[in-house]
Design a protein around this ligand. Structure first.
Ligand code: S5P
Length: 264
C-alpha cells in the first residue's frame, strides 16, 4: 500500500523527512512497532534485532545501559538495525540547557553520529531542541527530536499545562518530529492528537498485548487502542524482548498496529 493511502493527512502534513521515512518503512513492513531494546549487552541486542527485524520499523536504544561500552562494539548494533532498514532512536531524554545538550550529543557515546532520532524533555525550555539540532549539523547529519509531552509511568508530573507548553515548543521548531504520548491511556492520546494536529507524529510507550501493569509503576494499554486514538507508533519493550518467542510477539504487535492504522 502507498504511504499516502495508509497514512492520509499525516503523510501530507508531516514535514520532517524522517517522519516520511518512518511512514514508508511502516508500509513496507506492515508494522507500526518501535522496539524498546532494553538489553544490557551488545550480543543480546544484535541477536534480538536479527530475530525481530522484519516486523519492527525503528529501534529504540538506551545506549547508557550497555555494559562495557565500546564504540566498535556498538557499531554492530547500528549495523544490525540498518541491515533491517530500521531507523535508530536513542531514548536519551535530554533535559539540560541547549549548550550542554549539544555537547552531550557527542562525548563517549557520540549519539549524533549514529542516532536518527532522540527524545528530549521540555523542562529546560525551547533551546534544548536547537542544541540537539546543532550537534547533528556539526557532523552533517539530519536528525529529529521527539519531545516528551506525556509519560506512561504512574504519578508522573507532566500535567496538561506542561503538555500544552511542550506542544508550543514542538510546533515552532522544524526539528521536532513529534511527541511521546502515554500509550496506556487512549483518552490522553486523543487529547494529545487534538492539540498536536496532523503535522507531528505521536509515538507511545506503555503498550502491551497482555499485561495490565508493568513493574515499578509502568502502566499499559492495548496497541490497537493506542493507534485508533491517534498514535502513529507503539514503543514495545517487555512485550517483545521478554517473550519466549520474540519474533512471533513482534509480528503480533505489527499485525495489531497495521490493522488499526488501516481501520483508522
Ligand atoms: O513515558 C514513557 C516514555 C518512554 S520513552 N514511558 C516509557 O516507558 N518510555 C520508554 O518505553 C522506556 O524507557 C522503555 O524503554 C519503554 C517501555 O518499555 P516496556 O518494557 O514497558 O514496554
Amino acid at each position: 500500500m502507498q504511504p499516502d493511502e495508509a497514512w492520509g493527512g499525516r503523510w501530507r502534513a508531516c514535514a520532517h523527512p524522517l517522519s516520511h521515512r518512518f511512514m514508508e518503512t511502516a508500509c513496507e513492513k506492515k508494522s507500526l512497532v518501535v522496539l524498546a531494546a532494553d538489553i544490557p549487552t551488545v550480543d543480546g541486542l544484535v541477536q534480538l534485532i536479527d530475530q525481530v527485524g522484519p516486523h519492527v520499523t525503528a529501534l529504540k536504544t538506551h545506549v547508557d545501559m550497555v555494559e562495557s561500552f565500546s564504540m566498535d562494539d556498538w557499531m554492530r548494533v547500528v549495523d544490525a538495525a540498518k541491515s533491517h532498514g530500521m531507523m535508530i532512536f536513542e531514548d536519551r531524554k535530554f533535559a539540560d540547557i541547549g549548550r550542554v545538550s549539544e555537547t552531550q550529543m557527542g562525548g563517549l557515546y557520540d549519539i549524533r553520529s549514529w542516532a536518527d532520532l532522540v527524545t528530549s524533555h521540555s523542562v529546560s525550555g525551547p533551546d534544548i531542541v536547537d542544541g540537539i539540532a546543532a550537534a547533528w549539523d556539526s557532523v552533517q547529519r539530519i536528525g529529529g527530536v521527539l519531545m516528551l509531552a506525556q509519560m506512561s509511568s504512574r504519578g508522573n508530573l507532566l500535567d496538561e499545562s506542561y503538555t500544552d507548553r511542550t506542544i508550543e515548543i514542538g510546533t515552532s521548531s522544524p526539528h521536532v518530529v513529534g511527541y511521546i504520548g502515554n500509550g496506556s491511556s487512549p483518552d490522553e492520546i486523543s487529547s494529545l492528537r487534538e492539540k498536536a494536529g496532523e503535522g507531528r507524529m505521536i509515538w507511545t510507550p506503555g503498550v502491551n498485548l497482555s499485561a495490565e501493569e508493568g513493574v515499578l509503576g509502568q502502566r499499559y494499554g492495548h496497541p490497537s487502542d493506542a493507534i485508533i486514538a491517534g498514535s502513529d507508533a507503539v514503543i514495545v519493550g517487555t512485550g517483545i524482548h521478554k517473550s519466549e518467542d520474540p519474533a512471533g510477539a513482534a509480528k503480533a504487535y505489527a499485525d495489531a498496529t497495521w490493522a488499526a492504522l488501516l481501520s483508522r
